[in-house]
Design a protein. Sequence first.
Length: 272
Amino acid sequence: EKAVERRNVNKEHNSNFKAGYIPIDEDRLHKTGLRGRKGNLAICVIILLFILAVINLIITLVIWAVIRIGPNGCDSMEFHESGLLRFKQVSDMGVIHPLYKSTVGGRRNENLVITGNNQPIVFQQGTTKLSVEKNKTSITSDIGMQFFDPRTQNILFSTDYETHEFHLPSGVKSLNVQKASTERITSNATSDLNIKVDGRAIVRGNEGVFIMGKTIEFHMGGNMELKAENSIILNGTVMVSTSRLPSSSSGDQFGTGDWVRYKLCMCADGTL
């Protein structure tokens, strides 16, 4: 009887699939994974990484298209161990800030062409500035400038007045300036010194003006005015052309009182 009962019990348990099953609410079960705020934060991090990946892709495409970086290196520039950066193609740049004691140059047998699109080309370091414009080229410096041959190191042009006098470069016969401040203007012994102006010429000296030469001539279309705090000395043979001097017989314009007339006399000792 016991064996039959055990057999029946085993048969019942083997056919009962609900044995040991306890119904329970799903919300009370332990949940795994990121849920709630953690899940939202994870989604934000994933979106941020995706945006950074897209930006990185765009930058990579721009670098590849502009600089042309390929499996064989860069097609538009070369980097050398000595610090030299060489551009092998036409490059479009705005403002360049080179490092300390840097040099800008071209190849030995080729010209260095720098073009500004409707803008002047300006080279500036500190207070020294070189500006190349459409109608003029200007150089401005508070400390002076020198032009020398890089091969022979011979100074072609310099404004160092303390070491040597100011000389024009070889082959230059004239100097066109708006204003010049110097201690002395002279020519060599075999050439004439000609100063020509289209308008008005003003010669001013803080310690006086001395004009010396074998023959000094003044040609002007207007008036000539001499001013001095103490005295004006004309030493040598002085010739004055009276063809343009006003006289009392030239009309009534000198008798209206607007003009002041003086008499020019020569003493026996030569004093004017």
